[in-house]
Design a protein around this ligand. Structure first.
Ligand code: TXA
Ligand code: MG
Length: 326
């Protein structure tokens, strides 16, 4: 895994204003010293990310939240006690000292205490906050292995801590606690029901109450190959029709069994939500690399534990042109 010496080297790189890719339990992060504006600029440049997209600041423990937020409501304490260290990010009102570069000029800041032992060790040794977006180029599929990170950034990111495949596989749940009521901003492995149980109050869920048309969603978490999400029966029909037209079709299946069709690139994803999430981005990278005309993904079930997966697949599909079926 990762040696003490590698962690110490990574801390030196961070202190010098450099970039360090590191594993978290969700996905790999591309980290920079959150209190060093030059380092943050370097981070935005490497990701190709617009400057108004704010970053998550990672800290070793909940005590450090006070360095970054000016108000810590009881709800934040309750969620920290229950879910930190772990795959949860909270949005709080920011402290006056926080750079506009980190928050995208907003009055709020995103904070997370990751549980991955390498992330923990890095944050403890570094001592401060590490701003880290997912270690992928802007709009692309997140990296869940060190190998993914290297293939995204090559020599541009010299320091990559290899902590193996990320456990959870999709990005943290984000809850906004800066307003009058807690609101879900991004679904993740920690579900709304669990947040509500810890808070003893409802969590507003804009994604569920006002579904946005797929075309209006920002295309995010996207492979280069156009992707469509549909039920198994339709998927099998469409795959057969496209193959007959000489198209190369990649399939991310869940329950469907592989039909006897030549020229299909087929990945059978695990049947349970946690294992499906763990493999999701690696599977999308594999299917994307196959150089097909289309990726067809079988729709996930409607149960709550699949909500984050549905969200990521919907975003991956947004903006993709429809496959030609005529
Ligand atoms: O699991 C994760 O959260 C991973 C690992 C590396 O920790 N990080 C991650 O970062 O997914 P990123 O930058 O890819 O996504 C952060 C999300 C963005 O959608 C951003 O808009 C939102 O957090 N965000 C950050 N600060 C915010 C703020 N002050 N208010 C609202 N949203 C914010
Ligand atoms: Mg990201």
């Amino acid at each position: 895994m990762v040696s003490e010496r590698e962690i110490e080297h990574a801390v030196v790189v961070l202190r010098a204003g450099g970039l360090v890719a590191f594993p978290t339990e969700t996905v790999y992060g591309l980290g920079a010293d959150a209190s060093n504006p030059d380092a943050i600029r370097k981070l935005f440049a490497a990701k190709g990310r617009p400057h108004d997209h704010p970053l998550i600041v990672h800290v070793a423990d909940a005590v450090q939240v006070a360095n970054w937020a000016r108000e810590i409501p009881e709800a934040a304490h309750a969620l920290a006690r229950r879910f930190w260290p772990g795959p949860l990010t909270v949005i709080l009102r920011r402290a006056a000292t926080v750079s506009d570069l980190v928050t995208g000029g907003q009055d709020t800041i995103a904070l997370r205490v990751p549980s991955h032992p390498v992330a923990q060790s890095l944050l403890r040794k570094f001592g401060g906050g590490v701003a880290a977006p997912s270690a992928n180029r802007f709009g692309r599929v997140s990296a869940t292995t060190a190998e993914h990170v290297r293939s995204e950034f090559g020599a541009e990111v010299g320091c990559v801590l290899d902590g193996g495949a990320a456990d959870v596989g999709i990005e943290s749940t984000i809850v906004d606690l800066s307003g009058a009521r807690p609101a879900l901003l991004r679904p993740g492995a920690i579900m709304v029901l669990q947040l509500e149980a810890a808070l003893g109050s409802p969590v507003a869920s804009p994604a569920a109450s006002s579904p946005r048309a797929p075309g209006t969603l920002a295309r995010h978490y996207a492979p280069r190959t156009p992707l469509m999400v549909m039920e198994a029966d339709l998927l099998l029909e469409l795959a057969a029709s496209l193959v007959r037209q000489g198209k190369r079709v990649a399939v991310l299946a869940r329950s469907a069994s592989r039909p006897l069709l030549s020229g299909l690139q087929w990945v059978a994803a695990p049947p349970d939500a946690a294992a499906y999430a763990h493999d999701l981005y690696a599977n999308l990278r594999t299917l994307d690399a196959a150089g097909c005309d289309t990726i067809l993904a079988e729709a996930p079930p409607l149960a709550p534990e699949w909500a984050a997966i549905r969200d990521r697949l919907t975003r991956a599909a947004a903006g993709a042109p429809p496959a030609e079926t005529t």
